[in-house]
Design a binder for this molecule. Structure first.
Ligand SMILES: Cc1cc2nc3c(=O)[nH]c(=O)nc-3n(C[C@H](O)[C@H](O)[C@H](O)COP(=O)(O)O)c2cc1C
Length: 392
């Protein structure tokens, strides 16, 4: 029988890695590490379960790379800052590798939208001395409101006034990313992703609305990318050429869900600035990669950035079915697709898609698995042959 989605299931070279197919799991914060940031056995089981479903690559949830510098963003967020973190991640990496899947650890710094409860009384840091307008807490139970001490239907989570990083600080934070990357590789990861998207520190540098600097780290696309590129260079110096380094980019942020860059020209300039960078690939983050929120040119942003940078694109956002994934790959918008919420909901997404089964995918809740009251137990088509998973 012909392969249902031949491009999606063809092996791919991504930087120094060979992947068994073009399906990556998008990074998804789960806040299920120990309080000290050590990855739990639950995390190993969670990632291994999804690797077993047939993924080519897992990009982990955002992980803080160093203690200090206010890099931690969430309670129960995993870190890669200590020996205990390395030991925890090494259990995760081993469990994922047992299923012939590669794994890279996403390194992030929360910048001005770090949860104030994890900042030990310090102000958050950012590109400039700005303050996030906050975001509405999306939750369907009262627990999260209670622990944040807020109330109401769409309560606002607020953040403190940020302190602008000095140039000396920027170099220290870049070194922190590089050291974190070194520990990720020591834990057995196949590479790292630098989180430059979704409203966090590097996004705050890349986005002209939040980067008001007048030094070499602000004022133009080239300058706004300088910090991310510096981090890429420092990481490469530590982990060498045989490991993957990607950079994630987006227009929107957790505190700006409708964020837009100033025109497609800015996306082109970002791509051009990343041509000569240490990144093996770039990763487009969105909730719908086909909608670029621009009026001057409707070309999907990953297509624009891929062309301008000459880098392979990992494309994410609103890809839920095999047909959508295949179309992203064959249209030139993606070299690899990254699937987020559907892989939360369906750990066997690749296996189900590959079967060609005509399956009625359930709607995905933004934060949790499938929309209540739909039942997770429904998340499987009937009548598929036994996949003969390895028992490792
Ligand atoms: C609960 C949740 C947690 C997320 N955590 C991260 C994260 O840690 N790092 C990141 O880069 N993106 C994160 N994202 C964004 C997703 O990677 C992805 O961009 C988004 O879910 C849209 O893709 P999808 O349509 O395939 O789900 C998160 C999204 C959700 C819903």
């Amino acid at each position: 029988m012909a392969e249902a989605f031949p491009t999606l299931f063809s092996p791919a070279n991504l930087g120094p890695l060979t992947l068994r197919n073009r399906i990556a799991m998008a990074p998804l914060t789960r806040q299920m590490a120990h309080a000290d940031g050590t990855p739990t056995d639950e995390m190993a089981a969670y990632y291994a379960r999804r690797a077993r479903g047939g993924l080519g690559l897992i990009i982990t949830e955002g992980t803080y790379e160093q203690d200090g510098w206010q890099s931690k963003s969430y309670m129960s967020q995993p870190g890669i800052a200590t020996d205990a973190h390395v030991a925890g991640w090494s259990r995760v990496c081993d469990a994922v590798h047992a299923h012939d899947c590669r794994i890279i650890i996403q390194l992030m710094h929360g910048g001005r939208v770090s949860d104030p409860r994890v900042l030990n009384g310090q102000p958050p840091v950012s590109a400039s001395a700005t303050r996030s307008e906050g975001w509405s807490l999306y939750t369907d139970n009262s627990y999260e409101k209670d622990i944040r001490n807020i109330a109401g239907e769409w309560p606002k989570v607020t953040f403190g006034q940020a302190r602008a990083l000095s140039v000396a600080d920027i170099h220290e934070v870049a070194d922190g990313f590089a050291a974190g990357a070194g520990r990720a590789i020591a834990a057995g990861a196949d590479g790292v992703e630098v989180h430059g998207a979704n409203g966090y520190l590097l996004w705050q540098f890349i986005n002209p609305a939040t980067n008001l600097r007048t030094d070499e780290f602000g004022g133009s696309a080239e300058n706004n990318l300088r910090f991310a590129k510096l981090i890429g260079d420092r990481i490469r110096a530590v982990i060498g050429p045989d490991k993957l380094i990607t950079l994630r980019l987006s227009q929107d942020g957790v505190d700006d869900f409708v964020g837009a860059w100033p025109g497609v020209a800015y996306a082109k300039a970002i791509g051009a600035a990343l041509q000569n960078s240490a990144f093996d690939a770039l990763h487009w983050s969105s909730f719908d990669y086909l909608t670029n929120r621009q009026t001057d040119d409707a070309t999907p942003m990953p297509t624009v950035i891929g062309r301008a940078s000459g880098k392979p694109m990992i494309t994410n956002g609103g890809i839920a079915t095999g047909a959508q994934a295949e179309a992203a790959l064959t249209s030139g918008a993606a070299d690899i697709v990254a699937i987020g919420r559907p892989i939360f909901a369906h750990p066997d997404w690749p296996y189900i898609v590959r079967s060609g089964a005509d399956y009625d995918w359930l709607p995905f809740d933004r934060k949790y698995v499938v929309q209540p009251p739909l039942d997770y137990g429904l998340a499987y088509p009937v009548g598929l042959a036994d996949p003969l998973w390895p028992t490792a």
